[in-house]
Design a protein around this ligand. Structure first.
Ligand code: PLI
Length: 487
């Protein structure tokens, strides 16, 4: 690797603090130049402050699951960055240009052009959100008994693969499973693991490799262009497709720009297009990078897959020129995609995440390193070492942070991992609480409040007890499971 992990973190730190990441030889004499958001606030949404008694009651009613809290009972909402972005004035203006025709909306053609220009994929099928695209893709490409290797699982992605009869196999590098490892590209594929799978099962049982940029479950960790190129070469040799989960591709491109040799002077827009060019198609949840509250798509280069998807979308989502979306949603998405690849936007977006992460580190809170693109992932195993994984340390910690301050976070550990086809629990190495930062929504003062609250919980960590699960839904249990505190 050209750039050792530690150096990469120092580079990010310099960037965050306003130094040029490249010309920083004489840092002692440089006056601090803070970054700031490349926008100003035009409208505000009032937040409700709550008392500890109110939060205790709300948490009990929610079965100690932050997904089951009412949003009204939350002060700062870090449950997810999905669909929670603040849209720009241009996006809102675009909403007024919605062409709500059942067929052939002009907003579809605008979106199609933007997807072709910005990402480079040839054919577009809009869907109501990311999992709509995952459903269609899995049904088209996966046959029962197939193997789908990927750089760490994502909940909905793996479920659709399994429902189509496939089996997910993790081929991410080992470093990704170690929260303290500072590898700059923890989203990379271990090519030896992939070759082993190809040898074991044969290429014809592998319909595609599922590659996420900015790997969510690993802590928002990027994959490098170098690794993608090597993957492309290997898959080409075996005639295997690469399908890109491009939900957070621009955040990944930011890290490539900061860390990968030869990319410092390339724009995020250029890097995004290069990433996409190394893959055959993509599923997109536009609710993240693309700055909209709802929307997604499937985009492919292969006419046959497109034709099949265009047939299938009418069964599950809606006509192929709206896929479950209103015309205005497609317009906002088209504009959001263009805004998402702006360098200033992305530097401020990731800069805010890094600001929070560094505060957490300063308070001694154990977090996944390097700091990822869309949130801070607190290492619950290290935060609460006295709580075994079967007593849900990450679920417990998310509940405790809410009790302290009304900050809502999300479990990303054993509850999210769910059960295998044979009913056994998955026990993932990573037992994390995700503090996900919505885009363009909260201020630096909010980040301070979040870090201080987490530090307070950390101070009383030894007194915290685990949870037991008292209700478990069949699919994606983390959304609706209920818990009770252990006596
Ligand atoms: O929530 P959807 O259906 O629009 O997208 C599903 C989805 C697919 N891939 C990845 C990497 C995701 O992060 C993702 C959704 N993520 C959510 C909801 C999250 O809170 O991270």
């Amino acid at each position: 690797m050209n750039c050792p992990g530690l150096q990469a973190r120092v580079q990010d730190k310099n960037f965050n603090r306003g130094f040029s990441p490249i010309n920083n030889n004489n840092m002692k004499h440089v006056i601090k130049r803070s970054w700031a958001e490349p926008y100003k606030i035009k409208m505000v949404e009032l937040l409700k402050m709550t008392s500890p008694q109110h939060r205790k009651k709300a948490l009990q009613q929610a079965g100690f699951n932050t997904f089951l809290l009412r949003s009204e009972d939350v002060y700062i909402d870090l449950l997810t960055d999905s669909g929670t972005s603040a849209m720009s004035d241009r996006q809102w203006a675009g909403m007024m240009l919605g062409d709500e025709a059942y067929a052939g909306s002009r907003n579809f053609y605008h979106l199609e052009k933007v997807v072709q220009d910005v990402y480079g994929y040839k054919y577009l099928v809009p869907t109501h959100q990311g999992r709509g695209a995952e459903n269609i893709l899995s049904k088209i490409l996966i046959k029962p008994g197939d193997i789908i290797p990927g750089n760490m699982y994502f909940t909905t992605t793996r479920l659709h693969q399994e429902l189509a009869g496939g089996k997910f196999e993790d081929i991410i590098i080992d470093e990704a499973h170690d929260p303290e490892n500072e590898h700059p590209f923890k989203g990379n594929v271990d090519l030896a693991k992939l070759e082993k799978l190809i040898k074991k099962y044969g290429a014809n049982r592998i319909p595609y490799i599922s590659i996420a940029t900015s790997v969510n479950m690993a802590g928002g960790q990027p994959i490098s262009i170098k690794n993608l190129k090597e993957l492309r070469a290997l898959t080409k040799k075996h005639g295997i497709r690469v399908i890109h989960d491009m939900t957070r591709v621009a955040e990944n491109a930011h890290f490539i720009q900061q860390r990968e040799k030869g990319y410092q002077n390339k724009s995020i827009k250029t890097i995004v297009k290069e990433i996409c060019s190394l893959t055959d198609g993509a599923t997109m949840s536009a609710k993240k990078d693309a700055l909209v509250n709802i929307g997604g798509f499937l985009a492919v280069n292969d006419w046959d897959v497109f034709e099949e998807a265009r047939n299938m979308v009418v069964v599950y989502e809606g006509l192929h020129t709206y896929g479950g979306l209103a015309g205005r949603d497609m317009e906002a998405m088209a504009i959001g995609i263009m805004e998402s690849v702006d360098d200033d936007h992305m530097h401020a977006r990731v800069g805010q995440v890094i600001y929070l992460g560094e505060k957490m580190i300063d308070y001694g809170v154990p977090i996944v390193r390097p700091i990822g693109g869309h949130g801070i992932f607190v290492d619950a195993k290290k935060f609460l070492p006295h709580i075994p994984q079967y007593e849900f340390p990450a679920q417990t910690l998310a509940a405790e942070v809410y009790l302290d301050s009304g900050v809502r976070t999300m479990e990303r550990g054993v509850v999210s991992a769910g059960r295998k086809a044979n009913g056994e629990n998955y026990y993932p190495k990573l037992e994390l609480v995700r503090f996900t930062i919505p885009r363009r929504v909260y201020t630096q003062a909010h980040m301070d409040v979040i870090a201080e609250s987490t530090a307070r919980v950390y101070e009383r960590r030894n007194k915290i007890r685990g949870l037991k699960m008292v209700y478990e839904p069949k699919y994606l249990r983390f959304f609706q499971a209920r818990f009770e505190p252990l006596k």
